[in-house]
Design a protein around this ligand. Structure first.
Ligand code: GLU
Length: 356
């Protein structure tokens, strides 16, 4: 009788442990999800609404409860930091998010961080965190292209993959990541290439690796400075300066450049065509603004990734301008914003643009 009862209890306890995520629950990594909104927290009226829906609707606790598989691979808890579409995120939001991450990664009981985010500015937040967070612990920004209510929603698998990457030891020390569509991208390189399709993200120099069924497969390393090797530290940054982007195609005028200068911008990212080219009529305007103290940073809006060469299209040494090299305009804005907290010396800024 006694034997029968104890066997029953052992079986009951074992199945409870399995259901709650496995026998070795105490060995699972601790991952914190910081939720900011986006399509991954979006909801549509119908399962056919893959493109028309409301982003930033579902709270993080609901996302976690809705995906019991997460508990099998990590001890997961969530914090709702914001609930917005990422196009509305501002510099203050980056500071709030970065400081919260910095505090969390200092805790021994936190092994990794996942940030749920809208896809529109995922590439900016991920790059910002790559520059300013002092940790080897994995920081993973995750997003989705379809809301959870749609057919073939991509959010649940993306979130599951992000949690497994954030909890893995082999992801440590590699900088921040963006995980979507089974790919692990560097937060520095990745960019949104199209605004429909689940494979919307790509890195001009290729993904760092793949994550398949919770296992990471690595292919390359980021050579640029990041996280622990970065000279920037979120704990020492309390305000971010204004940096604006002026888009230049054909028939370009000086209106935006002058308005940005009048509004107090410390730098203007010239998002030019090709090699960050500058129209002949704009050259004296940019020289004049540089003379007034603004930093002029030439970048390229070429779709697949620009590559602006110093003194290539323009004599940057002569004009004391800076080139963004391979950073697209929105990433150049992030780096300039962070770098200007440390220096306003154009040579130093150029060094930073080559090293990060
Ligand atoms: N515009 C929204 C955002 O970036 C939704 C887009 C998305 O997450 O895919 O948050």
């Amino acid at each position: 009788m006694f034997k029968k009862t104890s066997t029953k209890w052992i079986l009951a306890i074992a199945s409870a442990m399995l259901l709650s995520g496995g026998v070795f629950a105490q060995n699972k990594p601790n991952v914190v999800i910081l939720a900011t909104g986006g399509t991954i927290a979006g909801a549509g009226a119908d399962v056919t609404n893959s493109a028309s829906y409301q982003s930033a609707k579902v709270p993080v606790d609901k996302l976690i409860i809705g995906l019991p598989e997460l508990a099998k691979v990590a001890n997961v808890r969530g914090e709702q930091v914001f609930q917005v579409g990422s196009e509305s995120l501002r510099n203050d939001n980056l500071l709030t998010l970065g400081k919260r991450i910095s505090a969390l990664v200092k805790q021994d009981d936190v092994d990794g961080i996942v940030i749920t985010h809208g896809t529109d500015t995922t590439e900016e937040t991920a790059y910002f965190l790559n520059l300013v967070i002092k940790t080897e612990k994995p920081i993973v920004v995750v997003a989705s292209m379809r809301p959870g209510t749609a057919m073939s929603a991509d959010g649940p698998l993306n979130l599951y993959s992000a949690i497994t990457v954030a909890g893995s030891k082999d992801a440590r020390g590699k900088g921040t990541f963006v995980v979507l569509n089974d790919e692990i991208h560097s937060g520095r390189d990745v960019s949104k290439m199209i605004n429909v399709r689940p494979n919307a993200f790509a890195s001009p120099w290729g993904a760092l690796g793949m994550v398949v069924e919770g296992k990471n497969y690595w292919f390359r390393k980021l050579d640029k400075r990041h996280t622990t090797n970065s000279e920037f530290d979120i704990d020492k940054i309390d305000t971010l300066p204004l940096v604006e982007i002026a888009y230049a195609g054909g028939n370009v005028n000086d209106t935006a450049y002058r308005a940005f200068a009048n509004a107090g911008a410390k730098a203007i990212i010239h998002a030019g065509p090709g090699n960050g080219s500058v129209a002949a009529t704009l050259v004296p305007v940019l020289q004049e603004l540089r003379g007034k103290g603004l930093q002029i940073i030439r970048s390229s809006h070429v779709n697949a990734g620009g590559f602006v060469l110093r003194n290539g299209e323009q004599p940057d040494d002569k004009y004391d301008w800076i080139v963004a090299h391979d950073l697209n305009p929105q990433k150049a804005r992030i780096l300039a914003t962070v770098a200007l907290t440390a220096t306003n010396d154009s040579k130093e800024l150029q060094r930073i643009f080559m090293e990060y």
